[in-house]
Structures are given as structure tokens and as C-alpha cells.
Design a protein around this ligand. Structure first.
Ligand SMILES: O=C(O)CCC(=O)C(=O)O
Ligand SMILES: [Fe+2]
Length: 342
């Protein structure tokens, strides 16, 4: 079988069934490891697998639990209430996405999940100097969030998002070191980052019906993702041999995976790995991904140190443009809009 992601990456798939993996296949890394050890483990994980678990990340469990709570309560509402903030009312896909409206894998039916999407706001950023940063120059992803009138919802998300944003800025410094760049190399690119969060709810599905999945096979768009999985196993990743392997939740960890923006920046030195969610546990599944990318008005040009004989596979792109086009490509109505413009 052959799979081509929306980023245009072709992957061979040997079988549609996922097997168990060990921590060599998806490394588990403590952020409290001595710096040299940590950098070597991150280098291995980012360049060999593109997926890892991080532990000792410092995000308080209560803040995580609080977001899962509001997520469950939000999705338990009726459709009419949730659709008051339907994402189609937002030009930048913020708000509620009902099931079966996003097709992440073009070879299957639209995804089964429902979602709530939000993005970066300076008011959610714990970095004091963020407030003084200039607004993004015009780009297709700038715009306001929409929040439901649901008690405690925004507060729980803001608390969690602040923690994850700080963790992401910590990680990108480590990635700069892995790439043998100055530790603060990326800081100017992530001062007001494109940083989207999602609450996701996946219904259980039958193991023998793969016409649609919780979320179809895809690569993530931004630099990297920090994913909090809850406790229901359903995430699978496609390894370099074209085999699906399971990436079950590990208590106390987040999954981190490299996305296409960092793959572009590093000319694929850091690998953006295909993954999907297929929930055959019989249980409702909730997860909270956070996608961390460059300020939407920055241009992503392959790093000189990552050129191969002076060449790169990737054209420079404006971050906001790239993210918008990719998001729109998997959303049916938006797709016509971008095809019209192309
Ligand atoms: O829910 C998950 O475990 C993964 C979600 C995901 O891959 C995504 O939202 O891009
Ligand atoms: Fe993903």
C-alpha cells in the first residue's frame, strides 16, 4: 500500500494492523537527565523516529486533569449548543468542529472525532515580554479565538496552555542545541508563536470497520506537537519500515512528535512521522494536542547547516500561509477555496 500525506510525503505501508512497540522504537526521555545525555537522546529520537515520550516535564497533573474534565463536559453537551461556536463561523477554524467534517487521510472517509480548536493569544502567554511584542503582520492565520460560555472552560485551558507554551519554548531551545545552533536561535521565531491547541473526543469504533478512523493518517503541520493522551490507547505511528506501531499512553508523560515545519526547516534531518488514531477500545477517548510553530509572519527557510551539498528539498514558506493551506486542505469547504486561489 502507498500513502501520501497532505504534505506530499509518500510512505509505503506494509499492513493496516498495528503492533506493540518498545521504548527503543519510541524513546522515553526524562527532561531531568544530565544535559549531554538528554541532548543525545533527543537527537536520536528526533532524527531516527520523529516521536518520543517525555517525562519529568514539570506540568502539574491537576492542570492536566482540569482540562480533561472541561473537555468531557463540553463534548457531552448537545450539538445545537456546541454549534453555537461552529468553526465555520471563524475564518481561521477556531471553535467547535463536529464529527465527520475533516478528512485527514484522503483515502478514507472523514475523521470520526469532534474537536474544539483555539490558538495563540498574548493574553494566554505567561512570558511577560510577549505583551510588548508587535502584532503579526497580515497573514491568513491571524484572528480571534472563540470560547464557549461554559463555566471554567477558558480558565482551565488558559492554565494548561500557559504551562505547555513554556514547555514548548524549553524544548525548542534543546532542539536548537541538538542542531548545534545557539540555544536561543529559535527564540525570535517563537516570541508570539503559532501555537494551536485542540480538545479531541473520539467515539469507540469497530475493529473491522476502517472506512473512517478517529483521525486518519497524517503528519502534523507545525514544528512539533506536545500531546496529552488521556488514558485510552489508540494512537499509532508509521515507522520507517512502513509498519504501524502502537503509541499507548504512558502515565506522567507527553508524546512529542516532530511536524512538517521543523522537517522543512531542517531539510528532513528532524523527521515528521505519519500517525493516526484508531480507537477500538470500546471506550470514549479524549486527547489534547498542542501544535507549536513559528510566529505566523516568519519565513521558514532551510537552515544553512542542514543543506545537503548546498541544496534543500523545500522552498521558503511564510509560516501562517503554510499552516492555513495545510489546515484548509483537509477541510472540505476550505479546500475549494484554496484550490480556487491556486
Ligand atoms: O489524539 C491523538 O492521540 C493524536 C491527535 C493527532 O494526531 C492530531 O490532532 O494531529
Ligand atoms: Fe497529529
Amino acid at each position: 500500500m502507498e500513502f501520501t500525506s497532505f504534505a506530499g510525503n509518500k510512505r509505503t505501508v506494509t499492513s493496516d494492523v498495528a503492533r506493540r512497540a518498545d521504548f527503543n522504537e519510541i524513546p522515553l526521555i526524562s527532561l531531568e537527565a544530565p544535559k549531554e545525555v538528554l541532548l543525545e537522546q533527543l537527537r536520536d529520537a528526533c532524527t531516527r523516529v520523529g516521536f518520543l515520550y517525555i517525562q519529568d516535564h514539570g506540568v502539574p497533573q491537576e492542570k492536566i486533569d482540569a482540562v480533561f474534565n472541561v473537555a468531557k463536559n463540553f463534548f457531552a453537551q448537545d450539538g445545537t449548543t456546541k454549534n453555537q461556536i461552529n468553526y465555520k463561523k471563524s475564518s481561521i477554524l477556531r471553535g467547535y468542529e463536529p464529527p465527520a467534517e475533516v478528512r485527514t487521510d484522503e483515502t478514507r472517509k472523514p475523521d470520526l472525532n469532534e474537536a474544539f480548536n483555539w490558538g495563540y493569544e498574548k493574553s494566554l502567554d505567561p512570558l511577560p515580554k510577549a505583551k510588548e511584542q508587535p502584532e503579526w503582520k497580515a497573514n491568513p492565520m491571524s484572528g480571534p479565538n472563540v470560547w464557549p460560555e461554559f463555566p471554567g472552560f477558558k480558565e482551565a485551558i488558559a492554565d494548561y496552555y500557559g504551562e505547555i507554551l513554556s514547555l514548548a519554548r524549553r524544548l525548542i531551545k534543546l532542539f536548537a542545541c541538538v542542531l548545534q545552533l545557539p540555544e536561543d536561535f529559535f527564540d525570535q521565531f517563537v516570541s508570539t508563536p503559532g501555537a494551536m491547541g485542540r480538545l479531541l473526543h473520539y467515539p469507540p469504533q469497530a475493529a473491522n470497520d476502517a472506512e473512517a478512523l478517529g483521525i486518519g493518517a497524517h503528519t502534523d503541520i507545525e514544528c512539533f506537537t506536545i500531546l496529552c493522551q488521556g488514558n485510552v490507547p489508540a494512537l499509532q505511528i508509521l515507522n520507517a519500515n512502513g509498519e504501524w506501531i502502537q503509541a499507548p499512553p504512558v502515565p506522567g508523560t507527553f508524546v512529542v512528535n516532530i511536524g512538517d515545519m521543523l522537517a522543512r526547516w531542517t531539510n528532513d534531518r528532524f523527521i515528521s512521522t505519519v500517525h493516526r488514531v484508531w480507537n477500538v477500545t470500546g471506550q470514549e477517548r479524549y486527547s489534547i494536542p498542542f501544535f507549536f510553530g513559528a510566529n505566523y509572519d516568519s519565513v521558514i527557510t532551510t537552515l544553512d547547516s542542514c543543506l545537503t551539498e548546498g541544496q534543500t528539498k523545500y522552498e521558503p514558506v511564510l509560516a501562517g500561509d503554510y499552516v492555513y493551506r495545510r489546515l484548509a486542505a483537509s477541510r472540505m469547504e476550505k479546500k475549494q477555496e484554496i484550490q480556487g486561489k491556486a
